[in-house]
Write a protein that binds this ligand. Structure first.
Ligand SMILES: C[S@@+](CC[C@H](N)C(=O)[O-])C[C@H]1O[C@@H](n2cnc3c(N)ncnc32)[C@H](O)[C@@H]1O
Length: 221
């Protein structure tokens, strides 16, 4: 493993805004039900960014909405390092990063604990054999349902036309409520918080790709 990567792995263990999920955290219930009271020490809503990578969206949202608590979630420690370091340098108290697989969210949050989810430029996993890994598959929506409060929103931003169409199909088939549906976000500049750009969004903009956006609710599953 590259030296820089190893150094970042050891550094994030000392960052007080990063939580790594291991058996101790899960089985001793160290986080489920504790995020507001013990971790953020306030009653503000908890918002997740899934597949956060280097955390640009989490940081951007946290700066715009200081009255909400944001948690960036990704499995890759060296990417989370960047977001966590930026949050420390910017003195952002309303940001944490969680290093875990998204499959484990129902073990680290309790029922109704989360009020909103952003999914930003997730890997589209285009091969049919990998479709279970898509973060908007029914399998994942059922995990989100276990931790989201009623009337919560999920936002998906993606450059992948295939993932966008696949997600619309999942939502329609399961009779889920779609509140916004844009096949090109430049067509509606008024939607709040859509203007933050991650590393991947900037890259896709340079390639001339359209960015799509769907806002939906899970009421029916
Ligand atoms: C294409 S990157 C997008 C990063 C970031 N949202 C951005 O726009 O720059 C996808 C990220 O999803 C993470 N990821 C994919 N599947 C995951 C899973 N099941 N659990 C946790 N992280 C996952 C990867 O580690 C990677 O950092």
């Amino acid at each position: 493993m590259a030296k820089n990567k190893l150094q970042r792995f050891s550094e994030i263990r000392n960052f007080n805004n990063v939580i790594e999920i291991n058996y101790d955290v899960i089985f001793n219930n160290k986080t489920a039900g504790c995020w507001q009271k013990d971790i953020f020490k306030n009653n503000n809503p908890i918002v997740l960014e899934l597949a956060c990578g280097k955390g640009e969206y989490t940081i951007g949202l946290a700066k715009k909405n200081p009255n909400k608590n944001y948690i960036g979630i990704d499995i890759k420690g060296e990417r989370i390092w960047k977001g966590a370091k930026d949050a420390i340098d910017l003195n952002l108290d309303n940001v944490r990063f969680l290093r875990t697989r998204i499959e484990h969210l129902n073990l680290v949050f309790s029922e109704n604990e989360v009020s909103e989810i952003w999914i930003t430029f997730p890997d589209p996993f285009l091969k049919k054999s990998k479709s279970r890994k898509r973060l908007t598959s029914l399998r994942f929506l059922e995990i989100y349902k276990q931790i989201l409060s009623k009337k919560s929103f999920i936002h998906l931003k993606t450059d992948s036309q295939e993932l966008y169409e696949y997600t619309l199909d999942v939502l329609v088939k399961n009779k889920l409520r779609i509140l916004e549906n844009l096949n090109d976000i430049t067509k509606n500049k008024k939607i709040r918080d859509l203007d933050i750009k991650t590393y991947y969004e900037k890259k896709f903009n340079l390639m001339g790709k359209s960015i799509t956006y769907i806002k939906f609710m899970l009421n029916n599953i």
